[in-house]
Design a binder for this molecule. Structure first.
Ligand SMILES: [Zn+2]
Length: 254
C-alpha cells in the first residue's frame, strides 16, 4: 500500500516522458525514431535493479484511460514477446497500464509465424519503436528442452524452436548438463527468438536497418523481480546483411 502511494510521483514523471515522446512522433526522420526507441528503452531499464516492488504505481488503469484508448486508438510504447508463465506478468513488471504495451505471450517466448505476425502488427502498423524479447528464470519450456523431458500433444512443435538455443548453450558450456544448463539456455533462447524473427521477417529487418526499431533481449528474475538486460542480438548487423545478401541473389529481385 505504501509503495503504491509513494510511487505516484514516479508515475507522473513516466507520463510526462511518454507524452514528450508522443509529440516527437510527428517528426519521423530515422534519427528521431532512433532517439524515441532509445528513450523508451531507457524507460524500461528503470526497472533494472534489486526488484520492482518499490516502483509499482499501477498507472493508466482507470475508466478514463479505457475511454481515451478506445477513442484515440492504441499507441503502445513497446512490443514484447514474453513467456506465458503466470509469474511473468509484463504490465506489472514494467509498471505499465492499458494501451502501453503490445504483448505476445507464448510458452518459451518463441518466435514462430503467429508471434512474428503479431510483432509486425505492433512494430510496423502501430509503430512501437521498441521490441523486447523477455525470457525468465526457471522457464519450464526451456527446461523441458534442456532436460529432454517427454512432452505431448502440440507441445513438441511449440518448443521445437528452443532446441537450437539449447544446442548453442551446450556448445558454449560443454561442462554443464540438464538443469545446470538451463540459465545459459534461457539467455540463448532470448537471442534465438530475435534471430528467428530477423531471419523470417523482412518487415522487421527493414525497420531495424532504417533505425526505426530497436530490439533488446532481457531476462526477468522470478525471485527478485528484477530484469537483466542482454542488449541487442550480438550478431544483429551480420544477420541483417546475410539475409539481404541472400535475397539479392534471388532472380526474382532483379
Ligand atoms: Zn517460461
Amino acid at each position: 500500500m505504501n509503495a503504491r502511494r509513494s510511487a505516484s510521483s514516479g508515475s507522473a514523471a513516466l507520463t510526462s516522458i511518454l507524452s514528450r515522446d508522443g509529440d516527437s512522433a510527428a517528426n519521423s526522420g530515422p534519427n528521431n525514431q532512433g532517439r524515441r526507441a532509445y528513450k523508451r528503452w531507457r524507460l524500461f531499464r528503470r526497472n533494472e535493479g534489486p526488484g520492482v516492488d518499490a516502483k509499482t504505481s499501477a498507472p493508466r488503469r482507470d475508466a478514463a484511460r479505457r475511454t481515451e484508448t478506445v477513442k484515440n486508438g492504441q499507441h503502445p510504447v513497446a512490443t514484447l514477446i514474453a513467456c506465458s508463465d503466470s509469474r511473468e506478468p509484463v504490465e506489472i513488471i514494467f509498471d505499465q497500464g492499458i494501451g502501453d504495451l503490445f504483448v505476445v505471450r507464448v510458452a518459451g517466448n518463441v518466435a514462430n509465424t503467429d508471434e512474428i505476425g503479431s510483432v509486425e502488427y505492433g512494430t510496423s502498423h502501430l509503430g512501437a519503436p521498441l521490441l523486447i524479447v523477455l525470457g525468465h528464470t526457471e522457464c519450464g519450456a526451456v527446461t523441458a528442452v534442456a532436460t529432454k523431458a517427454e512432452v505431448h500433444g502440440s507441445i513438441p512443435a511449440l518448443v521445437a524452436p528452443i532446441q537450437p538455443a539449447v544446442d548453442k548453450a551446450q556448445k558454449e558450456h560443454p561442462d554443464l548438463k540438464g538443469k545446470d544448463l538451463v540459465p545459459a539456455a534461457i539467455e540463448a533462447n532470448v537471442f534465438q527468438s530475435i534471430e528467428d524473427l530477423l531471419k523470417k521477417s523482412e518487415m522487421t529487418r527493414k525497420l531495424v536497418a532504417g533505425g526505426k526499431l530497436r530490439i533488446e533481449g532481457a531476462v526477468y528474475d522470478l525471485t527478485s523481480g528484477s530484469v537483466k538486460w542482454l542488449g541487442a542480438h550480438p550478431q544483429q548487423k551480420a544477420l541483417l546483411e546475410t539475409v539481404e545478401k541472400a535475397r539479392e541473389l534471388e532472380p526474382a529481385h532483379h
